[in-house]
Structures are given as structure tokens and as C-alpha cells.
Unconditional design. Sequence first.
Length: 142
Amino acid sequence: MKTVRQLLAAKSGDLRTITSATHVIEALKLMAAHDIGALLVVDEGRLVGIMSERDYARKVALLGKSSSDISVAEIMTAKVTSVRPEQTVDECMQLMTEGRFRHLPVIDHGKLAGILSIGDLVKEVIADQAAVIQYLETYIQT
């Protein structure tokens, strides 16, 4: 099973972050422009939260607030679970399942190193299972 470090090395694209003072509408525009479901909230180089589509739906849309009038700080999830680069895909999947969230920041020696989505992890699990199946089919045929 691969590690978080290996998954991040294979991912393409820049890490998208925002500050807690950013208006929610600007965060939504950034998410739409890059087709992503969450943004890490970083103030003065420190991870302070995460804003996801779920945060928007539950804390803005359902409450009838205006995304132009409120800041990310008002709706972000401040208690963020993160992982280290040496952790495995299985460990990440377990954290996401138990915590019922879809995005996992990666912290390496106190610095933000990236983010993994549930899609990144599922893709890796499927690839791993396909490799095992191929191996077993080859074994059976010989």
C-alpha cells in the first residue's frame, strides 16, 4: 500500500489555499474555477481550517445568508484532521470514514505539504486491487 508521500508526488496541480478573511463568494469562485470541493484556509503560513462545499451548503445556503457578505472564517471547519507523509492510504481511508469528511490536509514537519481527497484515495485502492487481481490471474494461469 502506498504512502501519502507517494500519492502527493504523483498528483499534479498546485495546492489552492485561501485566508480566513476571504469572502465566501471568492472562495466559491476559486473552487469552481479549479473544479475542487474544498480549500485549505491558511493564515500567516499556518493551517487554520478548511472550507468545503458541505460547509457552504449547511452554513450559508440553508441558512439564507449571502456568500458576498460573510468571510470564510464564519463557515470554515476549524478543527481539521491532518496526516503525515509517511502514513498509508489505509490509514487515511479509516480517518475519513470515521470522521465523515472527504478532504485530508498533509502536514510535513509542521508545514502544509498538500491535500488528499477521497477520490485520490479510492483511485489508489482501485489501482492496488487491479494489480492484485492481475497477479492472481497470472499465478492461476501458470
